[in-house]
Write a protein that binds this ligand. Structure first.
Ligand code: HEC
Length: 224
């Protein structure tokens, strides 16, 4: 074969290859854009059906975990620790005693009688632990919110918890819940959020800590 013919046929081969490649490229582009257009419809809709059986089992477990996470978030921003986790004295001053996280007023910490309510600063006295309060309503102690069965929320049902926070009734049904427990604010949470808080409280370490009983007002405070 003469040299120039070989070059020509080489050229022709290259042009043919280039045309074929261009065609492939066009077909690919067309397929990709078709796929995009379809993705809102048929193609996507089939995916959940295909994976439904495999994810069903893990769904309930992960839903439970995310409910606890949500509860933790709500307890944090809802400032429950502010009153329900006692303060202890640390090197830099009072700090939250996280070993007693949400365990309420420390058992055995007996307090003397509160000062008399007098003048514009007399709405409330708070103990050094931040967990006992004296005011016109008497003396209240923040409750143990850990899942200890004898002294905390261990035996509470979700329903009791919801009733307590929505209706402001001690144990969901007896005497009114007294200040400064801000249940009147918390009652505005959705049932789902309150259930998430309860799920989180059930998941934290149980602390055995018997909080003293509420003391109704006596003497001059009673008439205020
Ligand atoms: C400003 C202080 C304060 C804050 C903040 C607070 N609590 Fe309380 N809580 C109290 C006190 C005090 C009591 C005890 C009231 C009583 O004995 O009547 C109490 C009682 C409770 C009780 C027991 C109700 C019952 O049946 O007697 C629950 C449950 C509770 N709090 C949950 C919470 C949760 C959850 C949060 C955060 C979302 C929270 N508290 C935030 C002070 C507070």
């Amino acid at each position: 074969m003469p040299a120039h013919t070989t070059t020509q046929s080489n050229m022709r081969d290259r042009i043919v290859t280039a045309i074929i490649l261009a065609c492939f490229a066009l077909i690919t582009i067309a397929m990709v854009s078709c796929g995009k257009a379809e993705s809102g419809g048929g193609k996507k809709a089939q995916q959940p059906t295909a994976t439904a059986t495999t994810t069903a089992a893990t769904d309930s477990a992960s839903q439970h975990t995310s409910r606890i996470e949500r509860g933790k978030y709500l307890v944090t921003v809802g400032a429950c620790n502010d009153c329900h986790t006692p303060l202890k004295m640390g090197p830099k001053g009072p700090e939250r005693d996280m070993e007693k996280m949400l365990a309420g007023h420390p058992e055995g910490l007996a307090l003397p009688a509160p000062p008399k309510v007098d003048g514009p600063w007399g709405m409330m006295f708070t103990a050094m632990t931040g967990t006992a309060y004296a005011g016109p309503w008497g003396i209240t102690y923040s409750m143990n919110l850990t899942p200890d069965t004898a002294t905390g929320l261990g035996n509470w049902s979700e329903q009791t918890f919801l009733l307590a926070l929505k209706e402001g009734k001690h144990f969901g049904g007896s005497r009114p819940i007294m200040p400064p427990m801000p249940w009147e604010m918390y009652k505005n949470m959705t049932d789902e959020d309150l259930k998430a808080i309860f799920a989180y409280l059930k998941s934290i370490p149980a602390v055995k800590n018997k909080v003293p009983e509420y003391m109704p007002p006596a003497g001059p405070m009673a008439s205020k």
